[in-house]
Design a protein around this ligand. Structure first.
Ligand SMILES: [Zn+2]
Length: 147
């Protein structure tokens, strides 16, 4: 035998040590990757939590805005109801009628309780108050206005 077993054994041990080192190196790299992945997940979870917080905040804001809009609309309606309450019968409310004629757009208001209270016809202009307290909308010219 030209190659003694001792030498072979040493070579084998060195290979083993080498492979053990490689294995540890691989494990280490794997653990590093896992840590990086977990860190990534944690970061994403934090982002998700942050996003959830932001969304909750937005929903809250939206809800508040909606409540305020509802209240503002109710207030405007109350105000309009008082503003256009019929002083003649104290029951009805003056409702606006807008008509478009060849010589322009006109409007008047008449009590909806049928007491006969009616304002005189006036020329319509931007800024005329509608039944709801907001600006009245000019009807589409000739589209669906009475003849
Ligand atoms: Zn009336």
């Amino acid at each position: 035998m030209e190659h003694p077993g001792g030498h072979l054994g040493k070579a084998k041990r060195t290979d083993k040590e080498h492979s053990r080192e490689q294995r540890l190196h691989r494990e280490n790299a794997m653990l590093k990757r896992q840590v990086a992945r977990l860190r990534n997940m944690l970061e994403r979870a934090n982002l998700d939590a942050e996003r959830a917080r932001e969304l909750r905040h937005l929903v809250k804001l939206q809800y508040k805005e909606e409540r305020e809009a509802t209240r503002a609309a109710a207030e405007a309606e109350d105000k309009a109801a008082r503003r256009w309450a019929c002083r003649q019968c104290d029951q009805g409310r003056l409702r606006m009628t807008i008509i478009t004629r060849r010589n322009g757009t006109f409007y008047w208001r008449a009590c909806d309780s049928g007491c006969g209270n009616r304002t005189k016809m006036q020329k319509f202009h931007e800024g005329v108050e509608g039944d709801d307290g907001g600006p009245a909308e000019r009807p589409n010219d000739g589209a669906d206005s009475p003849q």
